[in-house]
Structures are given as structure tokens and as C-alpha cells.
Design a protein around this ligand. Structure first.
Ligand code: UDP
Ligand code: MG
Length: 313
């Protein structure tokens, strides 16, 4: 199968018929074999009914329905698991992404040998204050910490080599950082294409102000897990040891001044409390590292590595 189009949705019943008709048209024009996987993320409107109706007339349409709203990442994760196409396209259900971009996204991916080609909403039709400016900040932070040169990490419209989507796991709100997750899994060839963005035609945005906090927290966890997930002691141990020694050096200094230079009142000096504090913090960090290491050792994933190829085995 050429293409799997994975579409997470939450209360988007008005857009679905139009969207699927448009995708169908693009698929037929380009002669692709395809499937459309709608993941209904616990909608409370008629979305699921609409999907079931669409399926009756077009059996390329498939659906997964969550019992409740788990979030876009969870929906994408399930869609990825179910996908069968060689190339997987993700897009939003709200018609802000144009299906006309699909053939080009697929072509760039295949011709350039990319693992991911990410859309870039260069001209965005969203609210400037609540969306465009925060999103510029997010992208700058993500670029800086991951080293991936993308302008628009969180664009819903992306194409993937199916190998990528079968290797990564997304949860929480990590759909914002799929390119980073992919990079940690060894898929480094990440491209970008400017895509057309449209104003939301029906319904309202599903992401409120919490996304500011959640987005940044997730960036931290991704960076941390990616780097130290399998060796937490290297992070906590390093900082723990450094803190402990800094505190210890201050104590040594205080002790020397007391005994050799006869200075009194060392417990009155602020630096004394700093020393105590950082020694305690240091031991705590160290302990955190040990516990992290014990957890990592017990995890079933501790020895799972993604193997690209094998020979003679
Ligand atoms: N979505 C989802 N589950 C959620 C929130 C959103 O599946 O909990 C879907 C939503 O229906 C849409 C896509 O994710 O298809 C992008 O959401 P939205 O358009 O609200 O985000 P925005 O474009 O405003 O950033
Ligand atoms: Mg949208």
C-alpha cells in the first residue's frame, strides 16, 4: 500500500465528510493505493457516526474510537500502530491542512530518502498572540535543544517512512516533538516542506493555555529520557558529586580558618549554610541517580535497541 493517512480528531464532525472527499479525490487523481485511518479521540459529537457512514461508501476509510479523550499523541500512536502503508501521512481533521500537499510530501520523502518530511506553516492563519508568537518560542527552544533545524516542529501535516512510525512511541503531549523522538531513535534524515495552511473552517481549537506548560515540560522529559533514559546515574551522579564536593570544599575552608587562623563564629557565616545545603542536595541527587538506575535496570525495555539491519543472522 502506498499511503496511510492518519487523522486524529476530537469533535470534528462537521469537517469529516469534506475532508475525506478531498483526500479521496487527491488519491484517485494520483492513482495511489491508500487507507485513511480516523482516530476518534473520545468525541462527544457525531464524529464517530460520520466516520461509520463514510466507511459505508468508501472502504479505504478505517476508524478507531477511544472510550474517552486521551489526547492527540495517544491518537497518533494508535493510528501509527494500525497503519499499513509504506508512507504514512499525518494531518489534522479540521481542514487547516490541505490534502493537496500529500503527493508532494510523499514524493520528497521517497526521492530524497528522508525519514520524515515535516510541513512548515510558513504563513499561518491562527491567532497571532495565542498561537503564532508562542509557537515561534517553542520552535526556537526545540531547535536549540535538539539540534534539528526545523521551523515548525508541531505541524500536524507530516510524511513518514513507515519504519519511523513503527519505531517510536508517543504519549502525553509529545506529538509536538515527534522529529526529536525520531532523531533519538536514529532517524536523522528529517526534511521540511512549506505547506499551505488554512483558517479553521468549523469548530474550535482543542488546545488551550495548558499547552504552554505541558509543551515545555514534555520538551524537558524528551531531552532527558533521550539522553539519560538508559543511564540516569550519569546525570544525577555527576551533579550530585559536584554539589557534594563544592559543599565539602567550603567545609574544609571553614575548618582550616577555624583551626589555623583562629577565626571564630564559623556557624554564623552564611557560607556555612550554603555548604550544608549543597551537600544535602548533592547526596539527594546521588540517591536519585541510584534509584533511577534501579528502575532502569528493572525495566523490560532496558535492553531493547532498534536494529537497522542484520547480516548472516
Ligand atoms: N485532537 C485530538 N485530540 C485532542 C485534541 C485535538 O485528536 O485531545 C485533534 C483535533 O481534532 C485536530 C488536531 O488534533 O484534528 C489538531 O487540533 P487543533 O486543530 O485543535 O489544534 P490547533 O490547529 O489549534 O493547534
Ligand atoms: Mg487546527
Amino acid at each position: 500500500m502506498d499511503l496511510s493517512i492518519v487523522i486524529p480528531l476530537f469533535n470534528e464532525d462537521e469537517s469529516l465528510p469534506e475532508l475525506s472527499a478531498w483526500i479521496e479525490k487527491v488519491m484517485i487523481d494520483n492513482n495511489f493505493s491508500y487507507e485513511i485511518i480516523f482516530i476518534d479521540d473520545g468525541s462527544t459529537d457525531d464524529s464517530w457516526k460520520v466516520i461509520a457512514q463514510l466507511r459505508v461508501v468508501n472502504n479505504h476509510i478505517k476508524g478507531i474510537r477511544f472510550q474517552r479523550n486521551y489526547g492527540k499523541s495517544a491518537a497518533l500512536n494508535e493510528g501509527f500502530k494500525a497503519s499499513q502503508g509504506d508512507v504514512v501521512i499525518t494531518m489534522d481533521a479540521d481542514m487547516q491542512d490541505s490534502p493537496d500537499e500529500i503527493p508532494e510530501l510523499r514524493k520528497i520523502l521517497l526521492d530524497g530518502g528522508f525519514d520524515i518530511v515535516s510541513g512548515w506553516k510558513k504563513k499561518r492563519y491562527d491567532n497571532t498572540i495565542s498561537k503564532n508568537i508562542p509557537s515561534k518560542l517553542f520552535n526556537a527552544a526545540a531547535r536549540k535543544s535538539s539540534g534539528i533545524k526545523l521551523h515548525d516542529f508541531n505541524c500536524g501535516l507530516k510524511s513518514y517512512n513507515s519504519k519511523v512510525v513503527k519505531s517510536i512511541e508517543i504519549y502525553g503531549e509529545m506529538h509536538r516533538y515527534i522529529p526529536i523522538l525520531a532523531k533519538w531513535s536514529g532517524f536523522k534524515k528529517i526534511g521540511e516542506k512549506v505547506v499551505e495552511h488554512r483558517a479553521r473552517k468549523y469548530g474550535v481549537t482543542k488546545f488551550g493555555w495548558e499547552r504552554f506548560i505541558n509543551g515545555f515540560l514534555d520538551l524537558f522529559s524528551i531531552m532527558f529520557v533521550g539522553k539519560f533514559g538508559k543511564r540516569p546515574m550519569h546525570f544525577f551522579g555527576l551533579w550530585g558529586t559536584m554539589c557534594f564536593f563544592a559543599g565539602f570544599s567550603i567545609f574544609t575552608y571553614l575548618t582550616i580558618s577555624k583551626f589555623f587562623f583562629d577565626q571564630t563564629g564559623m556557624t554564623q557565616r552564611p557560607i556555612f549554610f550554603v555548604a550544608i545545603l549543597i551537600m544535602i542536595i548533592g547526596s539527594q541527587l546521588f540517591l536519585g541517580g541510584f534509584i533511577g538506575e534501579l528502575i532502569a535496570r528493572n525495566s523490560t525495555e532496558r535492553n531493547s535497541y532498534l536494529i537497522e539491519e542484520k547480516i548472516g543472522l
